[in-house]
Design a protein around this ligand. Structure first.
Ligand SMILES: [Fe+2]
Length: 233
C-alpha cells in the first residue's frame, strides 16, 4: 500500500491528510461516508491490493464502460434504458446473490459527467423512513424473480446493507412506491463527483447509492474503468 501513503483522501466532509498507512484511513472514511476519492490511483497495479486491504476478496476484471444511446446496451442495463440521460440512484449488481461490496471507478480522461453520490448517512435516513422498512419489491435475480425488502442484514455487514435498483426491482406495495419517490427527491442532496487526473472513486455498494449525470455531447467518447470488489454472483 505504499503508493497511497501520504495521500489526501476526500470524502463527504473535509479532506484528510494522512501520514498513516492508508488501510486505516480507508476503513474509517468508508465506514463514515460510504465512499472516498483516491486522488492518485494506478488501476492495474492497485486494485488487487485494494481488495486485500479492504478484506473484500474477489475482484472482477476491469470493465470498460462507454456512454451509449438508448436501446443499444445490454437489456435492462442503465445505458439501454436511459442512454445519455441521467441514471437514477441505485446500487450495482442487485441481482447477484450477494451484491458487490465495493465499486471502483476511474475515467480514462478528465470528464465533465459526474457520478452522483448519496452518502451512507443520507441513505440511512431514507431507510429510517416508514416506507424504507415496509417497502417490498419484486426483484429480478439470476435464478428467477423473488420478493424482497430493501435491506439484507444477513450478509455480514454491521447493521444493514441496501439493495436497490429501479431497473431490476419493481415496487410491489405502496411503501415501495413511496420509497422510490423519496430516492428521486433525494437526488437534490446527491453530491457530484468529477473524474480528473488520476483520481478514482471507491464506493461501498452496500451503504451508498450512486447514479450518473447526463452525458453532454462533448463527453460521449469517455471510458470509465470499473471493477467490483467482494460480493458473490
Ligand atoms: Fe451503477
Amino acid at each position: 500500500m505504499t503508493a497511497f501513503v501520504n495521500a489526501v483522501i476526500r470524502s463527504g466532509e473535509a479532506d484528510m491528510v494522512t501520514k498513516e498507512p492508508l488501510e486505516l484511513k480507508y476503513a474509517a472514511a468508508l465506514d463514515k461516508w460510504g465512499w472516498i476519492e483516491l486522488p492518485s490511483f494506478k488501476s492495474a497495479e492497485g486494485i488487487r491490493r485494494l481488495g486485500d486491504s479492504l478484506d473484500a476478496h474477489g475482484v472482477t476484471d476491469i470493465q470498460c464502460l462507454r456512454p451509449l444511446p438508448k436501446g443499444v446496451g445490454r437489456g435492462h442495463s442503465f445505458s439501454d434504458v436511459f442512454g445519455w440521460e441521467r441514471f437514477p440512484l441505485h446500487t450495482d449488481t442487485s441481482f447477484w446473490s450477494e451484491p458487490a461490496r465495493y465499486i471502483l471507478m476511474q475515467s480514462s480522461s478528465d470528464s465533465p459527467t459526474p457520478t452522483l453520490l448519496l452518502d451512507k448517512r443520507k441513505v440511512a435516513g431514507l431507510l429510517a423512513q416508514p416506507s424504507g422498512a415496509r417497502a417490498i419489491f419484486r426483484s429480478r435475480r439470476k435464478d428467477g424473480p423473488i420478493y424482497c425488502g430493501l435491506t439484507d442484514t444477513t450478509k455480514g455487514t454491521p447493521g444493514w446493507a441496501i439493495r436497490f435498483d429501479p431497473t431490476h426491482m419493481v415496487a410491489a406495495n405502496d411503501a415501495a412506491k413511496d420509497f422510490m419517490a423519496l430516492v428521486n427527491a433525494a437526488l437534490s442532496d446527491a453530491m457530484q463527483f468529477h473524474y480528473s487526473g488520476e483520481n478514482a472513486l471507491l464506493i461501498d455498494n452496500w451503504t451508498c447509492l450512486h447514479g450518473r449525470g447526463c452525458v453532454p455531447e462533448i463527453d460521449r467518447s469517455r471510458v470509465i474503468l470499473r471493477a467490483y470488489i467482494g460480493g458473490r454472483q
